[in-house]
Design a protein around this ligand. Structure first.
Ligand code: ATR
Length: 352
């Protein structure tokens, strides 16, 4: 696809404009597969940009010793900074298979932002997310510091990830939230009950109040399942998925049938199952900007081409129907991480 064919959309209502498809850089420094060599990582980011993807997503916690931000920073040296929308995150200070430590104090916010700017070698971050919510710190305290960073020009827009609706409302009252990053895909649709209606409700108010929140679905390829990972392709060793509830034991055996049904339907559409999964997310509305990740140029091209798939309402429903949530086996994330997901992400009241 030519860069000029990539649609551009408004993310949130504060003025951020991004490509309709973003690129999740996380996997480049190891997660599902082994880390790719630096030159390959830079090349894939450049390739994405050459095809019109301008919205790049990283975090200070991706890769050993912040490797992902360093890599993205090096890749950005090859691209025109003003044409890139760079998103990064802070808030997870430690993560392993048994534990996640989250921090949201004002001092921590500032120190993380300054460290990310240095690693990324940029003057500003376009979209700065709270990666996970610190349930011991009133969200207003974290947001006030972020607001100061906006005023100082270090960050342009603020996002939240895995935040409870109550937390979103309280954060939004301190400073407008531009985007909400949540896991959302054919087999993870819980946010349809509360988060999406909330964002949409706020979107309806745009006309009157200039509010609005975009949705950035992460893991739109179902962490690889819809691309055939662990089904037609074996799991790489040292993959995070080796311990993932949906990819292990009896669950993966059950989940394989989901992949095969999607594969059948994809044939009907003349596309790949991964493309159908991404197109389904893209077709949820203009405010949805998914960020599929891949370590392979071919898969990158296929994912970008999914933007061309225009689906009717009936087709969107048909795709949804081949992945009945009641048949998905296993939680979307392991037990150690579950407590940091959005339903638990409520913070104490602010003491006046
Ligand atoms: P996340 O947001 O967590 O990175 P995702 O985008 O749902 O998750 O899925 C990423 C996984 O899907 C990666 O393991 C990627 O594997 P490769 O690095 O081997 O490509 C896989 N994936 C992404 N796009 C794919 C495609 N078009 N075909 C097959 N697998 C794909």
């Amino acid at each position: 696809m030519a860069a000029t064919d990539m649609p551009r959309v408004k993310l949130g209502s504060q003025g951020l404009e991004v490509s309709k498809l973003g690129y999740g850089c996380m996997g480049l420094t190891g997660m599902y597969n082994n880390p790719v060599p630096e030159e390959e990582g830079i090349a894939i980011i450049k390739e994405a940009f050459s095809k019109g993807v301008t919205f790049f997503d990283t975090s200070d916690i991706y890769g050993a010793n912040h490797a992902n931000e360093y890599l993205v920073g090096k890749a950005l040296k090859h691209l025109p900074r003003e044409k890139v929308q760079l998103a990064t995150k802070f808030g997870i200070c430690k993560i392993d298979l048994t534990e996640v430590v989250v921090k949201g104090t004002p001092e921590y916010v500032r120190s993380c932002c300054e460290a990310s700017l240095k690693r990324l070698q940029v003057e500003y971050i376009d979209l700065y997310y709270i990666h996970r919510i610190d349930t011991t710190v009133p969200i207003e305290e974290t947001m006030r510091e972020l607001k100061k960073l906006v005023e100082e020009g270090k960050i342009k827009y603020i996002g939240l990830s895995e935040a409870h609706p109550d937390t979103i409302r309280r954060a939004h009252a301190v400073h407008p939230i531009t985007a909400l990053q949540q896991e959302y895909s054919l087999w993870t649709r819980d946010i349809e009950d509360d988060i999406i209606p909330l964002c949409r409700f706020i979107l309806i108010l745009i006309v009157f109040q200039e509010l609005g929140i975009g949705v950035v679905p992460y893991s739109p390829v179902g962490r690889g399942l819809f691309g055939g990972k662990a089904v037609v392709e074996s799991l790489p060793t040292n993959s995070f998925l080796e311990k993932h509830p949906r990819f292990t034991g009896d669950n993966i055996e059950k989940n394989k049938s989901i992949y095969f049904r999607l594969e059948e339907l994809a044939k009907k559409h003349g596309c790949l199952p991964a493309q159908l999964a991404i197109a389904w997310v893209l077709n949820q509305g203009d405010e949805f900007v998914p960020i599929p990740g891949t370590t392979k140029t071919k898969n990158l091209h296929d994912n970008i081409d999914s933007v061309k798939l225009k689906l009717t309402k009936e087709e969107v429903k048909e795709i949804c129907d081949v992945v009945p949530i009641s048949e998905v086996a296993g939680q979307r994330i392991g037990e150690a991480f579950y407590k940091t997901t959005y339903r638990y992400a409520i913070t104490p009241p602010l003491k006046q």
